[in-house]
Design a protein around this ligand. Structure first.
Ligand code: SAH
Length: 363
């Protein structure tokens, strides 16, 4: 199915054949800049509106929506053409609003600690399926009186394994929706050829590399793609990216108790971060619990200790909050299809002990 955000302007012109020329711009602006569906384009004649609503179908069928207790995190579960399910997270902060989008249904990278990785790969998303997640989440933001200013490609899937669709989505978001590439962040497990291609995009997006381990023995275990693109190659690609772009790079590091949160890990990580032409910024997050990985996230005191060690070594490091945890919307917890109960039924927040894994029924 070709959905409403999959068409190029030329393809839209074909759909609007026989209409006055200016209609193409009018519909395009309505869809992208005004975040409207064809049925809402009241400047169009009613018959045309109805035809477009039929001929340009939405790609995302809403299944459920969970809202965190504080109301500032909303997780959307969508069903795609063919039945696959994906999730999108809207995060509302006092000073900014961020949408976290999925780029694949499932993921083939098989990182053991990630709920999406545990579920395996279903299919790539089209650029339209990626863009529409932003549009619909931004609509929700609008209803709440807020404007979405940042997009992170950190939902389900590996963006650089689906690079053509992700790049087209970035073009649409930057040029048509009007969210500058400087406010878009592509997160990768470390697919080296993908990083090399991204360095050549016209749009200067931010790059986040999910590092999690600073030596190959440990990274081979945590992030299996490391066996194909080991750390030395990955760092070369990061260095080339920095030289081509001059933009900041960040390393993501999920702190796993007793696995990658020791002093030695901080020292190895600092070496990598500081060895780049422009030092990498490190984002720390205690590992979020997932059903298939029986190891805990580092306790808050250990997180603070690790951060202080990095700072002492001269690294810029921030601790990210695991917001959305109680609705399974936190990093690495997105696993549509084996979704948890509605948010209202859940007890407790934060990391749950993994020796008593939460049971997940189907929705
Ligand atoms: N495939 C991409 C983007 C999706 S994951 C990537 O790997 O970067 C987004 C981030 O969440 C990544 O940094 C990923 O390593 C991290 N993540 C995955 N599972 C997690 C978990 N259980 N707890 C904390 N972070 C996790």
């Amino acid at each position: 199915m070709v959905s409403r955000y999959d068409l190029s302007p030329d393809e839209l012109a074909v759909v609007l054949d026989g209409e006055p020329r200016y209609r193409v711009n009018q519909v395009w602006e309505g869809l992208y800049a005004q975040l409207r569906s064809p049925a809402e384009l009241t400047t169009l004649p009613k018959a045309l509106r109805e035809r477009l609503d039929r001929d340009l179908p939405s790609a995302l069928r809403p299944v459920t929506e969970s809202v965190s207790d504080s109301g500032d995190t909303v997780k959307f579960l969508w069903e795609l053409d063919g039945g696959a399910r994906i999730e999108t997270v809207l995060m509302i902060y006092p000073d900014r609003v961020t949408v976290c989008v999925s780029t694949q249904a499932g993921c083939a990278m098989a990182c053991g600690f990630c709920a999406t990785g545990q579920a395996g790969f279903t299919r790539h998303l089209t650029s339209g399926e990626i863009v529409e997640q932003v549009i619909l989440a931004a609509r929700r933001g609008q209803d709440l009186g807020r404007r979405v200013g940042n997009i992170v490609f950190m939902g389900m899937g590996e963006p650089l394994a689906n690079e053509p669709a992700v790049h087209t989505a970035v073009e649409r978001l930057h040029h048509d929706v009007g969210i500058s590439a400087r406010h878009l962040t592509v997160s990768t497990v470390g697919i080296v050829p993908g990083i090399e291609r991204l360095a050549k995009w016209r749009e200067p997006v931010n790059l986040a590399v999910s590092l999690h381990a600073a030596n190959d023995a440990l990274r081979d275990e945590l992030v299996p793609i490391n066996r194909r693109y080991p750390i030395a190659r990955l760092m070369d690609a990061c260095a080339d990216y920095l030289e081509a772009r001059g933009r900041r790079l960040s390393f993501e590091w999920a702190l796993i108790s007793g696995v990658n949160d020791r002093r030695q890990d901080a020292i190895e990580l600092a070496d990598l971060a500081l060895d780049l032409p422009l030092a990498a910024h490190v984002n720390l997050i205690p590992l979020n619990s997932t059903p298939g990985y029986p190891v805990r996230g580092t306790e808050p005191a250990g997180v603070a200790r690790f951060r202080n060690e990095l700072v002492r070594l001269g690294v810029n490091a921030t601790v990210r909050s695991n917001r959305g945890n109680e609705i399974d919307a936190a990093c690495g917890q997105l696993a549509a299809g084996q979704l948890s109960k509605p948010a209202a039924d859940r007890t407790g927040t934060g990391n749950v002990p993994l020796d008593t894994p939460r049971r997940r029924g189907s929705v």
